[in-house]
Ligand binder design. Structure first.
Ligand code: NAD
Length: 538
């Protein structure tokens, strides 16, 4: 491992020595923490200790918000939004493009904090930087077009002028998880801002510092003070009040919490988008390039230690290539550089907390107890970090095992052999999730045809997830119990708007004119309707 020098010296207390005890303290400088937490709305005086999964040591003490603080955050955001909504959309978009540059310039600091808070490999933290730069550029460039007022045909051509406006919803509540702390803090909020909304963000408690760094970058980019509020606390305690005050909710997290939030939004008759869990399948067809497929399987199964909503947990491999594939996949997996540090050289970092470790261990233990075979990994590695679990490949997984249908959200993938492609597609569609799938084949056209039969919101061909997910113009989200609504693309910004149709009638009124009787008026109308259809009008 090469030595890594933290980009911002004050960030980490103590030298970063690759030979050091992996459980060494990574306490942050108090001034740095104070600079970040100044951005929180919190009057409780209560703090909670914050630890780094790299070493399980205290990182900082983070102030907590109360329901009253949430109400105050919404009030401030509402005042700021009233002004922001009147700011020309081009100006809002230009601010987004400044954020793009700032995120790329400050990437080292962002990655340091993301790794310290989440324990992921640095390369996984870089993906967060890249994803936010892509999102900021996409909405910075396309926002004005998505939001432009559109002329649509009126009831009578020439006589009725109809325009559809896109108005901001108001203040959007964003409730996000810990797995991609920088991406999840910002990616859904950026289109909301371009659309003229304000945001109250409730990140997961474990990764609130990264969310605060993200909020500070928005200030530096030039977004108005108070437009973006951050509150923190336990999910039900603080998430509930966020739903109570918001005009729209964007939630990312587990399917269980998603259902609770959907019910609360239904009570208030506000809209919501829900980005939930997955049990994502990868199909390796008989004509797949095996080397490429194994590389994709490793990247697909173990990004962020499998704590990625679109990562792969089920792998279906055609009979003809099964043995070759498995041999290479196991070898590549065993060759990964495991570790928990700020260095670039780590291929797979640690799980984030004890709860994650317990779930992953329980799924593997249950599978092994019921007869599954471990082809790689299978063990916790407290010598690397307190919650570390090895990248694990299982074979012989059956429906009675927990990891067959339940989301593990960890570095565990189950291998299945298939003989018939239709059967493989049917098995990929089993279960209740429908987030992401991947197909490896040399025949792109055929793979795209098979994709249409897969009930997932994204399907990637010859890539595990990045081809669709990394394309900002492509909507991303889940079918079935993987969610409602989409992030990215037109859907990703239009969800934060209300349409308003404005019709202007010119010349003739729509009622009976020139003293016509209702009967005569209906006859004239009928003749006009027939004519308009003949003319091919929509
Ligand atoms: P979680 O549902 O427990 O928590 C997510 C967020 O919701 C956190 O901020 C939490 O504090 C908050 N929360 C919890 N209970 C709440 C309640 N009753 N009311 C309001 N807010 C509440 O999820 P998790 O286990 O921390 O995160 C992992 C899950 O997120 C996985 O299932 C994963 O698949 C999913 N996820 C999905 C996507 C996606 O884009 N589809 C992305 C990342 C993670």
């Amino acid at each position: 491992m090469s030595e890594h020098t933290p980009a911002s010296d004050p960030l980490v207390d103590g030298p970063h020595d690759p030979e050091h005890d992996p459980r060494a303290s990574y306490a942050l400088e108090p001034e740095y923490v104070a600079g970040l937490t100044r951005r929180l709305v919190s009057t409780t005086g209560r703090t909670v200790p914050h630890t780094s999964p790299l070493g399980g040591q205290p990182l900082a003490h983070v102030p907590q918000s109360s329901p009253a603080d949430v109400a105050e955050a919404f009030e401030r955001a509402r005042r700021a939004q009233a002004v922001w909504a009147r700011t020309p959309v081009e100006e809002r978009a230009a601010t987004m493009l400044r954020l793009h540059d700032l995120v790329l310039d400050r990437q080292a600091e962002i990655m340091d904090l993301v790794v310290l808070e989440s324990g992921k490999a640095r390369k996984d933290a870089y993906l967060e930087v890249a994803h936010i730069a892509l999102t900021a550029r996409y909405y910075g460039r396309t926002g004005p077009d998505h939001l432009a007022t559109r002329r649509v045909p009126g009831i009578f051509p020439g006589l009725t002028r109809v325009e559809v406006n896109r108005l901001p919803k108001g203040v959007v509540g964003i409730i996000s998880p810990w797995n991609y702390p920088f991406t999840m803090a910002l990616c859904d909020g950026l289109p909301a801002l371009v659309a003229g909304n304000a945001v109250v963000s409730k990140p997961d408690q474990q990764t609130v510092l990264t969310a605060l760094l993200a909020a500070g970058l928005l200030d530096e980019a030039g977004f108005p003070a108070d437009l973006w509020q951050v509150v923190t606390g336990g999910g039900p305690e603080i998430g509930g009040p966020v739903v109570e005050h918001a005009d729209y909710i964007c939630f990312t997290g587990s399917t269980t919490t998603g259902r609770t939030i959907a019910r609360q939004c239904a009570d208030r008759l506000i809209g919501c988008s829900l980005e939930l869990g997955g049990k994502n399948p990868m199909l390796v067809l008989h004509d797949a390039a095996v080397e490429r497929a194994t590389e994709g399987a490793v990247r697909g199964a173990f990004p962020n230690s499998g704590q990625l909503c679109v990562s792969m947990e089920r792998l279906y491999v055609a009979d003809q290539v099964y043995d070759r594939f498995v041999e290479r996949f196991v070898a590549r997996t065993q060759a990964l550089t495991l570790g928990a540090s700020l260095d670039w050289e780590v291929d797979m970092g640690t799980l984030i907390n004890q709860r994650q470790l317990e779930t992953v261990q329980a799924h593997v233990d249950d599978a092994v107890a019921k007869g599954a075979r471990v082809l790689a990994g299978g063990r916790a590695r407290p010598d690397l970090a307190p919650y570390y679990f090895e990248p694990t490949i299982l074979e012989g997984v059956s429906p009675d095992m927990e990891c067959f249908g339940q989301e593990t959200f960890g570095p565990v993938i189950s291998l299945y052999r298939f003989h018939d492609e239709a059967d493989a597609v049917a098995r990929a569609n089993e279960g209740s999730y429908g987030l992401n799938a991947s197909i490896y084949s040399r025949d792109g056209a055929r793979a795209r045809e098979l994709a249409r039969g897969i009930r997932c919101g994204t399907v990637n061909i010859n890539e595990p997830y990045g081809a669709a997910f990394g394309s900002m113009a492509a909507p991303m989200g889940g079918m079935r119990e993987s969610g409602l609504g989409r992030r990215q693309g037109a859907e990703g910004i239009l969800r934060y708007t209300e349409t308003q149709s404005v019709g202007t009638q010119r010349g003739l009124s729509l009622g009976p004119a020139y003293g016509l009787s209702e009967e005569r008026h209906a006859a004239v109308m009928t003749a006009s309707l027939r004519l308009l259809k003949k003319l091919g009008r929509a």
